[in-house]
Design a protein. Structure first.
Length: 302
């Protein structure tokens, strides 16, 4: 798209404002009209790789202040957040018109394939006329459309699922937080059904370089994942693109659903916490303090 892309620190609104202000100041120096530029703040609503979510009212406020439009990816919040699963705007009680463009994958809560993007009638008309035809003129297969339609019907007819999902997410956050306290940190948003468990910075700092810290966390996460699987608890140790600009730290990703029972969740969280604490102690003992890098891999940005 030949766009200029500027990054800000993960979910850091002060840093976001710094970036937006720098663009606004440059407009003033070059005597450009900020209000007529096609500029977007692009962000996930609920972050897949971190398990937290943005403060939507504050982000919208910053966008309005500095003449930016908001492009919101609701792939992991559509069918999850809000009283009826309509996403982050419903969660915060905001009108969807305050977001310029909303997009979402249909591979999550609707268990289908493909995705959608939506906005005002003006935005929709523009997309239909100007978007790449080889992408946006391809019709969805009937069976995937039927799957998506049925999922939306269930969301409308069974809103109690969202209440149960929120309750389960909070229970998992509470149980895991207690079980790994002092060694691991848990993602902050307790309504998020995606939980990321990471070793605390002060715990991994003793092994020296950033490369060693990543190697330590990767070994712990992979080992815990395998031990939990052997005990009937399926969690994930995600992999990321090696050369992406902002690569998340290794973590354990725990996914909660509305059909989990409180008893099963508590039992699973106990297994995860027990294996995580034991593995961290075991692996930390194998890493010498302030060691030289364990391999020739490049240093990566956090």
């Amino acid at each position: 798209a030949r766009c200029t892309v500027l990054y800000y620190k993960h979910n850091d609104l002060e840093d976001l404002e710094r970036v937006l202000k720098s663009v606004r100041d440059e407009d003033k120096r070059k005597k450009r009209g900020s209000d007529c530029q096609r500029r977007y703040v692009v962000t996930e609503a609920l972050f897949r790789n971190h398990g937290d979510m943005i403060e939507l009212p504050k982000v919208v406020e910053l966008c309005n202040k500095y003449f930016f439009r908001l492009f919101l990816d609701e792939s992991f919040s559509f069918g999850v957040l809000g009283k009826s699963g309509r996403g982050l705007t419903e969660h915060f009680g905001m009108d969807v018109s305050e977001v310029a463009i909303i997009c979402s994958s249909l591979a999550g809560s609707t268990a289908s394939v493909g995705g959608f993007s939506t906005g005002s009638q003006e935005v929709v008309d523009y997309q239909r006329i100007n978007s790449a035809g080889y992408v946006f003129s391809a019709s969805a297969p009937p069976f995937t459309s039927a799957c998506c339609s049925e999922a939306i019907r269930i969301m409308k007819n069974e809103p109690e699922l969202f209440t149960k999902l929120r309750d389960n997410a909070k229970l998992a956050h509470e149980s895991l937080s207690k079980g790994v306290q002092g060694v691991f940190g848990i993602s902050k948003a307790d309504v998020s059904p995606i939980l990321h468990v990471r070793l605390l910075p002060e715990v991994v700092a003793r092994v020296g370089s950033e490369e060693n810290q990543r190697a330590l966390q990767r070994k712990v996460c992979d080992t815990v994942m395998q031990k939990c699987l052997a005990k009937g608890v399926a969690i994930c140790s995600p992999r990321y693109k090696t050369h992406q600009t902002l690569e998340p730290l290794p973590s354990l990703r725990v996914s909660v659903t509305a059909i989990h029972s409180p008893k099963d969740l508590e039992a699973a969280c106990k297994v995860i916490a027990t294996e995580a604490m034991a593995t961290a102690k075991e692996v930390l003992a194998t890493f010498p303090v302030d060691a030289a890098p364990v391999s020739g891999l490049r240093q990566r940005k956090q």
